[in-house]
Every structure is written in structure tokens, then in C-alpha cells.
Design a protein around this ligand. Structure first.
Ligand SMILES: Cc1cc2nc3c(=O)[nH]c(=O)nc-3n(C[C@H](O)[C@H](O)[C@H](O)COP(=O)(O)OP(=O)(O)OC[C@H]3O[C@@H](n4cnc5c(N)ncnc54)[C@H](O)[C@@H]3O)c2cc1C
Length: 407
């Protein structure tokens, strides 16, 4: 095994910064260099579409790494200088400035970027970064009663619509499927969530296939198949994300919808990938699968688990249980596990009428995950069941775990 003497982390987002913190917390004392392509100190993205866009937080509140924290963690930060190549045989990273850095160990944490629509390139906005947010806010501020169209009713689209609606901006959400989130959460749960936009006063149009976005004398026209064009001042799309791996094209790093790694993030004993960019082996209750998961908690857990393996030479004994949340239309959706939209679904707590419920997903009699609407406590209590299912592939045994009416 190669001795861990120095570390380069490429990508100064959540996974990259957490990696620096976790390596220090577990006792790594050697030099750490963190390389970022953005000009900002590492920051948190979830508040961008929530608290920051709705005006509740200043953008500075999203910072993960303040200058003091960087100094305390003794991290050398290189910002606004993207990595453009990696020689994985020598662990030499080449930056756009031409500088070359090397370390005994390298972590790839370059995350993902917004998937772009194949049209309207200079007209359609996306929200992934502080710069995107600043641009969007500038455009909103420059217009009286702006008309906003959001293409995509998934997590980002719904959160953007919620935040804009909260600040008094008129928004229409266009969703290509019959219901938002049907491809992620499946038929049953997406049906249970279908009334959220209208209950919150947001206009959502389903089965809307957007063909083009173009400029007219009266603003932007959104061309929807089978309908009259919709006029807007600002069009924003939330249609998924793609892993940032292009800079690795000339390397020997295995790529397939992300960097292909083992269950601890390792490509090799001295090269790893974590966070949104990693396509890792997930040992779930219904078997092993290779997944790339774009969740805040997974990025954070990846960093902690890699530090455990590389710094402490320990194999993590607790399973990685994916978790995410989304604040939309005045409600909190939370999920743990990695359920498939095709899994069976049972309502195990709360009621649809109340707008507070917990759904359990299972496959072949094995629990695969839970999704809750405004049920944080029940979701927390369901976690041990999932951990047990994880370690033993245990069949359904849910009722005793879920206290009625406690949320
Ligand atoms: C608006 C928004 C809201 C979200 N809300 C939620 C939520 O409510 N719940 C949830 O669970 N998750 C949410 N997420 C997802 C969560 O933020 C991500 O899972 C998390 O940011 C992943 O961290 P990461 O470090 O892997 O990637 P990123 O945060 O994307 O960081 C990667 C960094 O690497 C940089 N980089 C890319 N290429 C290079 C290069 N060649 N050289 C140097 N640097 C490079 C990128 O610019 C970026 O700064 C949200 C994401 C967004 C965008």
C-alpha cells in the first residue's frame, strides 16, 4: 500500500471541502491542496434554490470554508484554476494555468453541472452555482413583474418555482411527464405529491414537451408541442445534471457516467472519486448496484468513508444509506435508501388527507427506502429498519417501528 504523504483534492465543492476536513479530523498531518475552478470559497449549493433565492439568506451564508477554517485545516487553496488533466500513473495534476502539482494521493471531487437543453443556449438560465444565482437575481431585479417559465418540475425546478413565488414573482412550471418526479419516485408517490404546486398557488402544466426557446420583440417564446408559444422574460431549466469528467478524458481513469470507483470511492489505492462525480458500488439491501447519486449527504459521507480507509486503514462497518431532502411548495420531502421508481410502495404512517405521510418502498419483500412528506421524525425512526434490511436483506417488518401520530 502506498504511504499517504500528501493529498490533492480536485473540486472545491462540498465533497472536496469535506474531504479536507475529514482527513484532518482523522489525523492526517501532511500537505493538502484543494483545487477549484470557481472563484468562490467552497460553498453549499442546497440553499441557493431555497433560502438565498427567496431572499432569506445572504449568499455569504452558504460558505462552507471561511478563511479561518481553511487556515485551521492547513489547506492550500487554488481557486479559479481548473484541473485540465491527470496522469494517474504518477498522480500529476495539470491546471489551466500550466502549473503541475503532484501528491501521493489524489481525490477527484469535480461534481456535476446542469444538463443543458439542446436549444436556447444563450437564452435559457440554469441554477448550479453562486454565479448562476447572481446572474438570475440581476435579471429578476432589472424587470418589473417578470414573467418566469421554469422548464422541468423536478427538485431544482420545484424549489426555484417555490422561492420565486414566495418573493412575489409569477412562475409557470412546465413538466414533460404526466406528473413531476414520476421518474424518480414512481407512479404512486408522484400521484400523492401531484397537488402540491396548485395548493401552493404555483401554476404547473404537465405533459409539456418544450421544443425551442427563442427571442421575440415581446420577450422569450417557449415553444411547447401542441400549444401556443408561452411568453416569458426569464426561462430557467432544471433538467438534470452531468458529471464533470471531461478533464479526465486523456487519463487512464475509468469513466462511465462519472468516475467508476469501488464502494469506498477508490479507483486505486492512491486515486479516488467522491460526491456527485463518483459512480460507486452501492451495497444495498436488494443487492449491489453501481450508482451515481447527486445528494448532499452522500457527498459528505463519501468524504468521511474515504478518510477512514486512507487515513486510518479501517473498513467502514456502517452501511452508506443515501439521504436527501427537498423543500418545495411549502413542504419538506425527505428520502432515505435508494428506492427504484418501480419498487412496491406502501403507506406506512400518516395520511394523504393530512398531507403528512411516510411511504415505504420494497423489492421482492426487502425494504429499499422510505419517502416522507413533512414527516421528519417518522423518517428518522425508519432508518434503523433500513439499516437492518441493509445488513441482512431482511423481509418486511415495519409496523412496530412506526409510532402512529407522533410527528
Ligand atoms: C441548487 C441546488 C440545490 C440542491 N439542493 C439539494 C437538496 O435540497 N438536498 C440534497 O440532498 N442535495 C441537493 N443538491 C445537490 C448537492 O448540492 C450536491 O449533491 C453536492 O453539491 C455535491 O457536492 P460535490 O462536491 O460532489 O459537487 P459540487 O458541489 O458540484 O462541487 C464540485 C466542484 O468542483 C468544481 N470543478 C468541476 N470541474 C473542475 C475542474 N476540472 N477543476 C477544478 N474544479 C472543478 C465545480 O465547479 C464545483 O465547484 C442541490 C444542488 C443544487 C445545484
Amino acid at each position: 500500500m502506498t504511504e499517504l504523504r500528501s493529498l490533492i483534492v480536485v473540486g472545491a465543492g462540498l465533497a472536496g471541502w469535506r474531504c479536507c476536513e475529514e482527513f484532518r479530523r482523522r489525523g492526517f498531518d501532511g500537505p493538502i491542496t484543494l483545487i477549484g475552478d470557481e472563484s468562490h470559497l467552497p460553498y453549499d449549493r442546497p440553499p441557493l434554490s431555497k433560502q438565498v433565492l427567496s431572499g432569506q439568506w445572504p449568499v455569504e451564508q452558504t460558505l462552507l470554508a471561511t478563511p479561518e477554517r481553511l487556515e485551521r485545516a492547513r489547506v492550500r487553496l487554488r481557486l479559479a484554476d481548473p484541473a485540465v488533466a491527470l496522469d494517474s500513473s504518477t498522480n500529476v495534476v495539470t491546471l489551466a494555468s500550466g502549473d503541475q502539482l503532484s501528491a501521493s494521493h489524489v481525490v477527484i471531487a469535480t461534481g456535476a453541472r446542469s444538463r443543458h437543453l439542446p436549444f436556447g443556449e444563450d437564452l435559457v438560465r440554469y441554477l448550479r452555482s453562486i454565479d448562476d444565482l447572481t446572474g438570475l437575481r440581476r435579471e429578476l431585479a432589472g424587470r418589473h413583474e417578470p414573467r418566469v417559465v421554469v422548464i422541468g418540475g423536478g427538485f431544482i425546478g420545484a424549489e426555484v418555482a417555490t422561492s420565486l413565488h414566495k418573493s412575489g414573482v409569477g412562475v409557470t412550471v412546465l413538466e414533460a411527464s404526466a406528473r413531476p418526479l414520476v421518474q424518480v419516485l414512481g407512479e404512486t408517490v408522484s400521484t400523492w405529491l401531484a397537488d402540491l404546486p396548485s395548493a401552493a398557488g404555483v401554476t404547473l402544466r404537465s405533459n409539456q414537451l418544450v421544443r425551442n426557446v427563442y427571442a421575440t420583440s415581446d420577450g422569450l417564446a417557449v415553444d411547447v408541442e401542441g400549444y401556443d408559444p408561452l411568453l416569458a422574460d426569464i426561462v430557467l431549466a432544471g433538467v438534470g445534471a452531468v458529471a464533470n469528467v471531461e478533464w479526465l478524458a486523456s487519463s487512464a481513469v475509468p469513466l462511465d457516467n462519472g468516475v467508476v470507483v469501488d464502494s469506498f470511492g477508490q479507483v486505486s489505492e492512491r486515486l479516488a472519486a467522491i460526491g456527485d462525480v463518483a459512480r460507486f458500488v452501492w451495497d444495498g439491501p436488494a443487492g449491489s448496484e453501481r450508482v451515481r447519486i447527486e445528494h448532499w449527504q452522500v457527498a459528505s459521507d463519501h468524504a468521511a468513508r474515504l478518510a477512514q480507509v486512507w487515513v486510518r486503514a479501517e473498513i467502514p462497518t456502517t452501511p452508506l444509506i443515501p439521504y436527501f431532502w427537498s423543500d418545495q411548495y411549502g413542504k419538506k420531502i425527505q428520502a432515505i435508501g435508494h428506492a427504484s421508481p418501480h419498487d412496491e410502495v406502501d403507506l406506512v404512517h400518516g395520511s394523504l388527507a393530512e398531507g403528512k405521510w411516510l411511504a415505504m418502498y420494497s423489492r421482492g419483500g426487502v425494504v429499499t427506502g422510505f419517502v416522507g412528506l413533512s414527516q421528519p421524525r417518522a423518517l428518522t425512526l425508519a432508518r434503523p429498519l433500513l439499516e437492518r434490511a441493509h445488513s441482512r436483506g431482511e423481509a418486511l417488518a415495519l409496523a412496530p417501528w412506526l409510532p402512529e401520530g407522533r410527528d
